[in-house]
Design a protein around this ligand. Structure first.
Ligand code: HEC
Ligand code: HEC
Ligand code: HEC
Ligand code: HEC
Ligand code: HEC
Ligand code: HEC
Length: 419
């Protein structure tokens, strides 16, 4: 009897304890929720401000103006000043047929491969350096050829080949490659201290209750929770899993100048993007295709380009820092998206042509991948690979279905993206 009574008493006590714990929990929950509600808008605002600053793009006009368009060619061609990487273009319109020129400028490699005798000879004579393809309109090519025809090499002032960085260039450089984030902060100790404080305060609040004024504990918990969140967010960014990640690169390489202003095709440098899993980062040898001749840039003078020669001399490859990085357990393939899926680089990497510094603009989260797979149609009838989806083909024929998305062909199955 006694035992039974005692047993009941204890269980009652335990019950009460649990209730109080529960109330405490609810109390904490509300408190946390309220503070989170307060902190979140501030965090969001910060994020918007940071990304806004990065995204603020500089406009550049694009009229079919021969002088301006020729800038893209000037890296490799002179007019009347001799051979650079490509042949001197002086009087090229007289030695070649206009139709041939149009075709050659649009895609010289296609002509080389199709066995055009002149194109093959030119290619062989120039150490098999391919001229990048240009998607120009007739109007634009005519503007360039017009500029070449009317160019008088004797009158044109000799452009300085090398120049030191001027004050203007320095500010331009700082502005262009402005650091957005200090990625070298050391957080380990702060993180651990905050975590210990948080746990200690929580333990005291619920269990030991040494500090009578409860708000002290609550404040300690809130502050350390905030610090921990802040650190986690920044560290996650450093892992490259957050949009906005844009590390300092060993050479201030600008996509705006190369892919934008000079219109060099992405595939000229990221050579494997259409046929392999990886897009690939170019070696300095490829940079040298142009930089044997281009020894100075408008923003950084000779400083940054020198680093290419240095890397070549020492044979030490440039240690580019990876911007986009999926965790090891995921599988992503560029060729599948770029060649088969016809997805544009911009959809996943943002408008690379307009930025100096590459940054991660998309989440690269699982939700992001799947969201696009649900929305995007595959090239279903054109791609032989999809022959095997008999049911889908029938449904499409009978009009039961109007479209086939990546999801329909299995693009949301775990095993497609996870090893
Ligand atoms: C990366 C360097 C590079 C750039 C940039 C470049 N070219 Fe070329 N170009 C070459 C090379 C190299 C050749 C020689 C053929 C070959 O190797 O395929 C060539 C050949 C030519 C020829 C044939 C010349 C001849 O004697 O028949 C023309 C015309 C030409 N380029 C025009 C242009 C125009 C116009 C532009 C700018 C829109 C341009 N190129 C940009 C490297 C370049
Ligand atoms: C469907 C989205 C998507 C498209 C389209 C896409 N990429 Fe990527 N890219 C990624 C992802 C995701 C990564 C990270 C891959 C990893 O960590 O394995 C990446 C990584 C890269 C890298 C780093 C090196 C490498 O090979 O992983 C380069 C360079 C690159 N992409 C260039 C390009 C270019 C150029 C294009 C267009 C021709 C392009 N990408 C199209 C999603 C895409
Ligand atoms: C197709 C030709 C071409 C290739 C390939 C090329 N560049 Fe350039 N690069 C240029 C031209 C042209 C300029 C000068 C732009 C200007 O300032 O007008 C330039 C400028 C630069 C600058 C100076 C930017 C500035 O404004 O100060 C750097 C740094 C640079 N390139 C690095 C590289 C690296 C690294 C590679 C190889 C990954 C490379 N380039 C490959 C044509 C090329
Ligand atoms: C002249 C060569 C060149 C051209 C042209 C070029 N890139 Fe790049 N790209 C590079 C180099 C070098 C890097 C590594 C340095 C960096 O990240 O800025 C790079 C890096 C990248 C990355 C980041 C890879 C990573 O670390 O995750 C992406 C994405 C990318 N390029 C996309 C493009 C796209 C899209 C285009 C066409 C619009 C393009 N590139 C044109 C040379 C080039
Ligand atoms: C902008 C849209 C888009 C995004 C973002 C995207 N994909 Fe895709 N993905 C496609 C398209 C379109 C295809 C179909 C390609 C084809 O026709 O074979 C595809 C196909 C695939 C396939 C092959 C599916 C199958 O059934 O064979 C895999 C695997 C894949 N994607 C992985 C990823 C991963 C991982 C990510 C995120 C890191 C991602 N994708 C992000 C558009 C996208
Ligand atoms: C279209 C490609 C795709 C498909 C389909 C997909 N995942 Fe993922 N998954 C990813 C990517 C990319 C990541 C990495 C995201 C990140 O790190 O934020 C990921 C992350 C994860 C993670 C988190 C691991 C971590 O590091 O945090 C788990 C768990 C996971 N996936 C399980 C699944 C399961 C279960 C399925 C099937 C229902 C599935 N995934 C289907 C692309 C995919």
């Amino acid at each position: 009897m006694d035992d039974f009574y005692r047993y009941n008493q204890t269980s009652l006590k335990i019950n009460l304890l649990f209730k109080r714990e529960l109330l405490n929990n609810i109390y904490m929950h509300r408190y946390l929720r309220r503070t989170v509600c307060k902190i979140l808008p501030a965090l969001l605002l910060m994020a918007v401000l940071i990304t806004d600053g990065i995204f603020a793009e500089r406009s550049f006009s694009q009229t079919p103006d021969g002088t301006q368009l020729f800038q893209a060619c000037a890296a490799c061609h002179s007019i009347g000043k001799g051979k650079l990487i490509g042949p001197d273009l002086y009087q090229v319109t007289q030695r070649r047929d206009r139709k041939w020129l149009m075709k050659f400028i649009r895609n010289s490699q296609e002509m080389v491969q199709s066995g055009d005798a002149i194109a093959v000879k030119l290619f062989e004579d120039h150490n098999k350096i391919p001229m990048p393809p240009y998607t120009y309109s007739d109007e634009q090519i005519n503007a360039i050829l017009g500029y070449i025809e009317n160019f008088n090499p004797d009158q044109a002032a000799a452009a300085p080949v090398t120049q030191e960085v001027t004050e203007d260039q320095k500010t331009a450089k700082e502005e262009f490659f402005a650091d957005t984030e200090d990625h070298t902060r050391q957080f380990g100790t702060t993180f651990i201290i905050s975590l210990i404080l948080l746990l200690a305060a929580a333990f005291d609040l619920f269990v030991t209750k040494l500090i009578k004024a409860r708000f002290v504990n609550v404040i300690v918990i809130l502050i350390s929770a905030f610090v921990i969140t802040e650190i986690t967010v920044v560290e996650a960014k450093n892992l490259g899993r957050q949009p906005g990640y844009a590390p300092d690169q060993p050479i201030l390489f600008s996509h705006k100048i190369h892919a934008g202003d000079n219109k060099t095709d992405c595939k000229y440098c990221h050579t494997t993007v259409t046929e392999s899993k990886h897009a690939g980062i170019p070696s300095v040898n490829l940079c040298m295709n142009c930089h044997t001749a281009v020894r100075s840039g408008r923003n950084t003078g000779t400083v940054e380009i020198e680093k290419i020669y240095k890397a070549l001399e020492t044979g030490k490859p440039v240690e580019w820092i990876r911007v986009h990085n999926l965790p090891d357990h995921t599988y992503f393939n560029h060729a599948q998206h770029v060649s088969a899926g016809k997805v544009q680089c911009e959809q996943c990497h943002g408008d690379v042509k307009t930025v100096d510094r590459i940054q991660q603009v998309q989440q690269l989260s699982m939700g992001w991948c799947i969201d696009c797979h649900r929305k995007t149609q595959v090239q279903f009838t054109e791609n032989g690979y999809y022959q095997k989806f008999v049911r889908l083909h029938e449904e499409l024929k009978s009009g039961k279905r109007t479209r086939v998305t990546v999801e329909d062909v299995g693009g949301t199955e775990c095993s497609k993206c996870h090893y």
